[in-house]
Design a protein around this ligand. Structure first.
Ligand code: SF4
Length: 176
């Protein structure tokens, strides 16, 4: 009797999540009620998961602009710096809550990479506004960017991306 050989191929999908600042995808979540449309990122939106730390921290849209004072996001996480809006209101607790909620997503879905909006007090990865509300920028990290970096997430800003780089990130980390 001939033996039948059955070859069973099992494809194991690895679901990975790439986080991206929601405003870069054209969502109107900025403090002003606008967005930061990024044409390149928007073209690849099907691979990306939108997050907005400030919305996650229960801040309204629109809201007064906020900047970090007495340090950057790393100091905010340590409790030695604050996030203050342009009317002097302390919104540090909202920024910390939003950052924690994004970290919860990172842990739940084993996120390894995020593309975050440059210069933001939440999302900025290496430059932020200096706290004077005068448009001056300094080296530093936003609160969520700092927390994600401290938890092993590779953080890019939209300024780091050209199409080849974005395609490479998606190929490495993509969500099926
Ligand atoms: S920069 Fe970050 S916190 Fe600010 S609107 Fe965009 S996603 Fe939200």
């Amino acid at each position: 009797m001939a033996l039948a050989h059955f070859c069973v191929s099992v494809r194991i999908e690895v679901f990975k999540m790439i986080l991206v600042s929601s405003c870069l995808l054209g969502n109107k979540v900025k403090y002003s009620g606008g967005s930061n449309d990024n044409e390149l990122i928007m073209r690849y939106s099907r691979y990306l998961t939108a997050i907005c730390p400030e919305s996650a921290g229960n801040l309204p849209i629109p809201r007064p602009p906020a900047e970090l004072q007495n340090g950057d996001g790393r100091e905010v996480l340590k409790g030695t710096a604050q996030v203050v809006n342009k009317f002097g209101g302390d919104v540090t607790a909202h920024f910390l809550l939003g950052a924690k909620k994004i970290l919860d997503i990172v842990k739940k879905h084993k996120v390894q990479v995020a593309i975050l909006k440059a210069n933001s007090p939440s999302c900025g990865k290496d430059v932020i506004y200096d706290g004077s509300f005068s448009g001056n920028k300094i080296e530093g990290e936003g609160v969520t960017a700092a927390l994600l970096k401290q938890n092993g997430v590779k953080v890019y800003s939209e300024k780091d991306l050209d199409e080849d780089t974005l395609q490479r990130i998606i190929a490495m980390y993509r969500e099926e």
